[in-house]
Design a protein around this ligand. Structure first.
Ligand code: SF4
Ligand code: SF4
Ligand code: SF4
Length: 294
């Protein structure tokens, strides 16, 4: 009984701190190759025509985030926050191989963050959608809400967390580019200000209309994403979801979730019990996530 009250009070505390939470703005300036984070939200441009499938980005992500065993994975998991898949597609009369990076898209208005009842996920003004593991109650609404199926859960752990790419937010704070972008030998993964990356993407399409599909994936999907993609074959053929509405998903998310029996009515009980279950080792979880590089 005492524990239940404690859990409830902590939940109230989370809600209060969420209300008090405001977007902090980094004060880094453009000096010594460092990036200005004050006014420009960051993004990544993945030009799939330049990807050679070397998986350096995947290995760099593993190292940066102290992940084990996912360096050659082809599917996202709690141990692989980005993967490079090999896809065989038809181009004209030929079959060709393409290499497709997959990770969190860092939506401009993320459905995962909107669905999270304790604001464990939130979009920073600088671009990354980050995760406060110590707030997470393990309800996994974020996993249901994400239109790209990105967040994964550490099912194998006794104190499981939700996992996904964090856009190397700690590196960005230090004025460094994400580990995956730094490791890419061909600049197939390009880091920068999202608005400038959009201009660059349009420039590439306009200068090479016979090379690229005339579409920037991520420009509009779900209201737009921080990670943008260019390709020379249709995105649908590469396995990208092409049925995502162009309007922001957060409001839609709650509209849909509120119709799922038990989500609202059982929410209080669910939140309290999942909180108690997942926060038995809260200190340990917090220490773990703080020790990670992203
Ligand atoms: S891709 Fe999914 S997990 Fe990533 S920010 Fe968008 S909704 Fe959230
Ligand atoms: S931005 Fe960082 S966390 Fe995300 S895929 Fe790249 S290396 Fe991994
Ligand atoms: S490091 Fe660059 S070229 Fe190599 S797989 Fe990743 S995106 Fe492609």
């Amino acid at each position: 009984m005492e524990l239940t009250r404690l859990g409830f009070l902590k939940l109230v505390g989370f809600a209060t701190s969420c209300l008090a939470f405001g977007g902090s703005v980094w004060a880094n300036s453009d000096q010594g190759g460092k990036t200005n984070f004050v006014t420009k939200p960051k993004g990544m441009l993945m030009d799939l025509t330049q990807c050679i499938g070397c998986k350096n980005c995947q290995a760099a992500c593993q190292k940066q985030n102290q992940l084990q065993g996912g360096a050659y994975a082809e599917e996202l998991s709690s141990n692989a926050w980005t993967v490079v898949k090999t896809v065989e597609v038809e181009k004209g009369s030929e079959k060709v191989k393409r290499f497709v990076r997959s990770q969190c898209f860092h939506c401009l208005e993320p459905a995962c963050a909107s669905a999270c009842p304790v604001k464990a996920l939130h979009k920073t003004p600088e671009g990354p959608v980050v995760y406060d593991a110590w707030k997470c109650i393990g309800c996994r609404y974020c996993m249901v809400a994400c239109p790209f199926g990105i967040p994964k859960y550490e099912w194998e752990k006794t104190a499981p967390l939700v996992t996904k790419c964090l856009f190397c937010s700690s590196r960005l704070k230090e004025g460094q580019q994400p580990a995956c972008a730094a490791a890419c030998p061909t600049k197939a993964t390009l880091f920068g200000n999202r608005d400038e990356l959009l201009v660059e993407a349009e420039r590439r399409i306009n200068n090479n209309p016979n090379k690229y599909v005339n579409y920037i994936y991520g420009l509009k999907e779900g209201g737009g994403t921080s990670f943008l993609f260019l390709s020379d074959v249709p995105f649908k053929d590469l396995g990208f979801p092409t049925n995502i509405p162009n309007t922001p998903l957060p409001d839609y998310t709650w509209e849909v979730m509120s119709k799922i029996p038990g989500i609202i009515a059982g929410g209080g009980i669910l939140l309290t019990s999942t909180y108690l279950l997942t926060h038995k080792n809260e200190g340990e979880s917090k220490k773990k996530i703080e020790g990670k590089g992203a």
